[in-house]
Design a protein around this ligand. Structure first.
Ligand code: 8YV
Length: 321
């Protein structure tokens, strides 16, 4: 009988997902990669034909240790951890898990936007710390969201789901900046395409939802934060490296912008002594955009399907070109 291709699953997935892969592959699984598991991971990598997981930097150095690799299946929509040019040069397929997470991530981003606008974590702590002595005065007021201008940088699947929430749920006029026009967002949600500069100048909320690419690295720096309204709020649900964090800290401290809601950071987990964490006008989340059971299960199953179909010689549903 034909030998089953060996694959490494390097992120915790449900047994049902492993069982599905095991129907056609020999599976070596790691719940996480760290100093304890890396030695065995690189040992197994020598004759592995498939990889499934998220966040592992897959570049020339790693690929030189994986001579039989045929496909890398990312358990994420973002694939900045993959050196696509190197994978392509070696004829190795790469796939990701778009679409299934759009609504979940858009919910998270809108929750983060509302929490930041109305200072909810700060108010929650005030109650829990027994500081609620009188009815809240204007020094603790937040800002309105409904009818305010939302600027979306990156009108992809998640950006569109955010626009839907803003338009139908909060009567927000929407501006967007993107590599290309998005007629659907314009027709369905009244989104208006504009330059990054105009978006930054006119938006009350700026939501950064682009992939991390050489074009978007440090997209938001001092110049960009200075262009924003002093009453504006910045939300980042993309990747940490799309933002110059020093410039963001400066903008928040000097009042160039009002506040920020962040689900992603340059270094993750973010270190406890990071300057951002000392600011009252910053709301932070530990990269939980898609972190609900049903959605992560859909992502895992999609990553598994991409892996299995690729190894069976078919074109995977989500092949990254
Ligand atoms: C994942 C993400 O949580 O999909 C992405 O790009 O950032 C998140 O949905 C993360 O990559 C781990 O799977």
């Amino acid at each position: 009988p034909k030998m089953k291709p060996k694959v490494i699953v390097y992120k915790k997935v449900d047994q049902e997902v492993l069982d599905f892969i095991q129907e056609t592959c020999e599976v070596v699984s790691f719940e996480k990669l760290d100093s304890d598991t890396y030695p065995r991971f690189f040992q197994e990598l020598k004759d592995a034909q498939g990889l499934l997981g998220s966040g592992l930097k897959i570049n020339k150095e790693l690929l030189d240790q994986a001579p039989q690799l045929k496909i890398v299946s990312n358990f994420s929509v973002g694939y900045d951890n993959l050196d696509i040019a190197e994978l392509s040069a070696r004829g190795i397929m790469a796939t990701n898990t778009p679409d299934v997470l759009n609504d979940t991530v858009a919910d998270t981003m809108f929750g983060l936007l509302l929490a930041t606008a109305r200072r909810m974590p700060e108010m929650d702590q005030l109650v829990k710390n027994g500081q609620w002595k009188t009815m809240i005065g204007e020094e603790l007021y937040g800002v309105d969201v409904h009818h305010k201008v939302l600027g979306i940088i990156g009108m992809g699947g998640v950006g569109k789901a955010i626009a839907k929430r803003a338009h139908f749920g909060f009567d927000m006029p929407i501006l967007y900046h993107n590599r290309s026009r998005n007629e659907e967002a314009e027709e369905l949600f009244g989104a208006t395409y504009c330059s990054l500069e105009d978006l930054l100048k006119q938006s009350d909320f700026v939501c950064l939802m682009t992939p991390l690419t050489p074009a978007t690295e440090n997209l938001m720096g001092k110049r960009e934060f200075d262009l924003m309204k002093k009453t504006a709020i910045f939300i980042n649900g993309s990747r940490g490296k799309t933002v110059d964090e020093e410039a963001l800290v400066e903008a928040l401290k000097t009042g160039e912008i009002l506040a920020a809601g962040l689900d992603v950071f340059v270094q993750e987990p973010v270190q406890p002594d990071h300057p951002l964490l000392s600011l009252k006008n910053v709301v932070t989340l530990p990269h939980i955009g898609s972190a609900v059971y049903e959605t992560r299960k859909k992502m895992a199953m999609l990553a598994a399907k991409n892996l299995v179909t690729g190894l069976q010689g078919e074109t995977p549903p989500n092949l990254i070109k």
